[in-house]
Write a protein that binds this ligand. Structure first.
Ligand code: AMP
Ligand code: ZN
Length: 114
């Protein structure tokens, strides 16, 4: 999508600190981390919000969950623990309208994005 920051990251028009990538998803460090580990995982395809995920065909949620597991292992937080969060729409705190999963860890989490 033209003016979408995360689509621009997928296209390489905006740089990112890449953590993990597959054909379907891209993971990169959050630019404004709320914990020692804060990774954003996005579908490469533009999907605006969690409510726009359509079932059928390849389920992008499966790809996102697999990516969360891989990112947790890469960052060494899989055993100690972490949090995955999806903010949806305005009252859910969504600022960027390209579906994304936050992966937070590296400390005892309290209210970060809870
Ligand atoms: P949300 O409030 O769920 O929409 O979260 C959007 C997240 O994207 C925030 O945590 C931002 O810090 C992060 N973010 C915004 N721009 C970038 C960027 N260029 N690279 C990495 N993370 C970003
Ligand atoms: Zn997008």
């Amino acid at each position: 999508m033209e003016d979408c920051i995360f689509c621009k990251i997928v296209k390489g028009e905006i740089p990112c600190s890449k953590v993990y990538e597959t054909e379907k998803v891209l993971a990169f460090d959050d630019i404004n981390p709320m914990a020692p580990t804060h990774v954003i995982i996005i579908p490469k395809e533009h999907i605006a919000t969690l409510m726009d995920v359509k079932d059928g065909g390849t389920n992008i949620v499966d790809h996102l969950v697999s990516a969360v597991q891989e990112v947790a292992k890469i960052k060494g937080i899989d055993e100690k623990g972490f949090r995955m969060t999806i903010n949806c729409n305005e009252e859910g705190g969504q600022i960027i309208f390209h579906l994304h999963v936050h992966v937070l860890g590296g400390k005892k989490l309290r209210d970060e994005l809870a």
